[in-house]
Design a protein around this ligand. Sequence first.
Ligand code: ATP
Ligand code: MN
Length: 462
Amino acid sequence: MKRTKIVDIFNPGLIGTEVSVMGWVRTRRGNKHVQFVALNDGSTIKNIQIVFEMEKFSDEELKLITTGSSIHVEGKLVESMGKGQSCEVQAEKLTVFGTADVETYPLQKKGHTLEFLREKAHLRPRTNTFGAVLRVRSALAFAIHKFFQERGFFYLNTPLITASDAEGAGAMFQVTTLDLNNPPRLEDGKVDFSADFFGKPASLTVSGQLEGELGATALGAIYTFGPTFRAENSNTPRHLSEFWMIEPEVAFYDIEDNMDLAEEFIKYCVQYALDNCKDDLEFLQQMYDKELIARLEEVVKSSFVRLTYTEGIDILKASGKKFEFPVDWGTDLQSEHERFLVEEHFKRPVILTDYPKDIKAFYMKQNEDGKTVRAMDVLFPQIGEIIGGSEREADYQKLLARIEELHIPMKDMWWYLDTRKYGTVPHAGFGLGFERLVLFVTGMTNIRDVIPFPRYPGNAEF
Ligand code: ATP
Ligand code: MN
């Protein structure tokens, strides 16, 4: 008999038919006449109840069905008399795929803390919480591709290994095949990287943007969606050492077009989750965050506030609020400042533009004032910065001057400058941190809980 996934079994048309279900046992309870098993196969947050009449099964057989064990059941799907479920399977045939020892199975009990589950990252996808988060994450990834593909953007794969460390977005992980205990050395004692795998030092990328610009100035509109790596020692609930980033880049776009795209994009993703992940979001709302669905609906309805960094600083200074980090024109905003603007002052998402050039990357378009650049950060409730982007400097001379001012080595940048040398065009783009979007949509509060296998300082176990 063909297997039915549990997500499909609640289809009323199946009542009265013989079904075959497979999954992992969540709980078993009952008495010597009848036993009830809650079975989950990962396809949905919902469990299907399996009813074992003890005249048909032996104690010996049922003893194997403990929390975490895996089974195959065939039987008739009937309407349920009990509370809490619409239907149940009356077991006729049982096969045990694998047992799970009651003494050692780590998820034996319900209600483990998220901290405990982080230590059990290899098994935590089997919990309700992580099942829900991972299904929402998958739906959001699909929504992202759908959004861009429907609008004629091309999916561009940018390299993960790079020999340029000019991006400046963060500290990098080095990639080498040299023997670290005995590397070849030059006469002055420095390591001889010409003997390394790529003939020069190489690292894992911190962003696909620079290569994304090469794609955009050829294909018109591209997006990347891939992993990025940052070796900063940031032990915060919003930073990972390995995270996924979506970076659209569009030729002939200015900063206004870029802001419109960012706003439409993020609302589309949130709406997609509301439309397609109802059961999981309701579960997460009930368990962790009573305001979750209302907040998501609010964001989709709201129009994002747009103001300049300078105006933002004025509001923060006038607020009279005591911040841990003081604010002054020229300093980078901390998440407490961003969240004040979003959660307390405007009570909706904010796009801040025109940041001081000294706290932003070299490639951003310089404003006439000589002090600011056409940057745009999208700030979100609960999260702070969720998107960072800009219109790019399209003028060859201005870009070159900035590169020299910042002492960025030209040997790393010649290929990038060629986009401005040959057929330069106005263009713009941004980067969305995928896990920050998943954080927002699931209402989880620690970024380590929205990626299956988090990497952070000191942690790369599984
Ligand atoms: P932050 O100021 O929060 O550290 P950033 O300004 O360094 O971020 P960008 O270089 O602008 O980040 O990267 C674009 C987006 O990638 C950010 O808006 C954020 O959503 C996400 N992001 C950046 N760093 C991390 C990280 N370490 N872990 C997870 N997401 C990140
Ligand atoms: Mn940023």
